[in-house]
Design a protein around this ligand. Structure first.
Ligand code: G3H
Ligand code: 13P
Ligand code: ZN
Length: 334
């Protein structure tokens, strides 16, 4: 049994309370390799932002849960070496799907876990989330629950259509489970294809497809029921058009990839939404940069020569999110 506090990590409780009060959101970036982690930590240190490192099921399968945990411990030391005396880094399990998995992450040194029972019947979601909370809270590990279903792929669970969170359920769910934050469904979804082109309209100025707005009425109703309660948005990549164009220019084939407009995320970050999950944008930045090197320097075969530019591009993207979308820059407690 390792306690995250001994690794220099923090849970989400205090940072979420400050984020709600301050009208900004904490970035929750997924990682499964060293370059992503380096880019996240550099971006967080340089902008003086708290940050959540997320580990998904896919990441655990790819990189190994134990290794990722040691990388997060290393990230704390790296942030200090970069000049941040008191980094606020959370190691979070993304989309935990069983009590056993959540327990194994708590025992390994994670400081926060998500138990995603959103696809279960309501009472089963309540019971499972409550069980995880009871275990995690013994070690002061914070727990994120989820109500409502996001369209697309949630790790290995995939849903054709989203079901918005029912605001009538949130008081009962948060009270009975004791969860520390709640992921809700208001029209975001995972991946780079969040909307079908036929759901969008064309912006006459840019010629770009503009998706339908998020259901801010649902968010407002949730906030009215649970004033000051930390809300989480999954599926919040913006799918920057410049990365999609770059990937396609250098031999890729991404058709009609559409994300959440940044203005919508800026608006959400000012509300009780205090954790915004971003994974796909990192994948796009990395792929765009790697493809560019492969096309422009076909003789290159040293991975550092293409993973280095990929890391730089991801760092630029992470900083942009912190500074221009979420507003978590300069928000470290010390
Ligand atoms: O929730 C979805 C995240 O983007 C993680 O996806 O399981 O492919 O790593 P993954
Ligand atoms: P994106 O696919 O929009 O980056 O969402 C990531 C996410 O929600 C991870 O849990
Ligand atoms: Zn998610």
């Amino acid at each position: 049994m390792v306690n995250y506090k001994d690794l220099g990590l923090v849970n989400t409780r205090d940072m979420f309370a400050r984020a709600i009060k301050g009208g900004y959101a904490i970035p929750a970036f997924n990682f499964n390799n060293m370059e992503q982690l380096q880019a996240i930590i550099k971006a967080a240190v340089e902008t003086k932002s708290p940050v959540i490192l997320q580990v998904s099921k896919g990441a655990r399968n790819y990189a190994n849960q134990t290794l990722l945990r040691y990388m997060a411990e290393g990230a704390v030391a790296y942030a200090k070496e970069l000049g941040c005396e008191h980094p606020e880094i959370v190691l979070h399990l993304d989309h935990g799907d069983s009590f056993e998995l959540c327990k194994s992450c708590v025992d390994l040194g994670f400081s926060s876990v998500m138990i995603d029972g959103s696809h279960l019947p309501y009472e089963e979601n309540v019971a499972l989330t409550k069980k995880v909370v009871e275990y995690a809270h013994q070690y002061d590990v914070t727990v994120e629950g989820e109500l409502g279903v996001l369209a697309g792929v949630e790790d290995e669970v995939s849903a054709e259509h989203h079901t918005y969170t029912n605001p009538e359920e949130v008081i009962d769910f948060s009270t009975r489970t004791g969860c520390d934050s709640l992921a809700i469904s208001i029209g975001t979804s995972h991946g780079a294809y969040k909307f079908k082109p036929e759901q969008c309209h064309v912006d006459p100025q840019t010629g770009r497809l503009v998706p339908p707005p998020l259901a801010f009425d649902v968010l407002d109703a949730v906030m009215e029921k649970l004033p000051g309660f930390p809300i989480v948005l999954h599926g919040s990549s913006s799918v920057p058009q410049e990365y999609v164009d770059m990937i396609n220019q250098y031999g890729g084939k991404l058709e009609a990839a559409i994300g959440i407009p940044e203005e919508e995320l800026r608006k959400a970050a000012k509300s009780a939404v205090c954790k915004i999950n971003i994974d796909s944008d990192s994948r796009l930045a990395m792929t765009a940069a790697v493809r560019k090197v492969f096309v422009e320097k076909p003789a290159e075969f040293d991975p550092r020569k293409y993973l280095g530019p990929a890391r730089d591009e991801m760092e630029k993207m992470y900083k942009h999110k912190i500074l221009n979308v979420l507003g978590s820059d300069g928000k470290l407690a010390h």
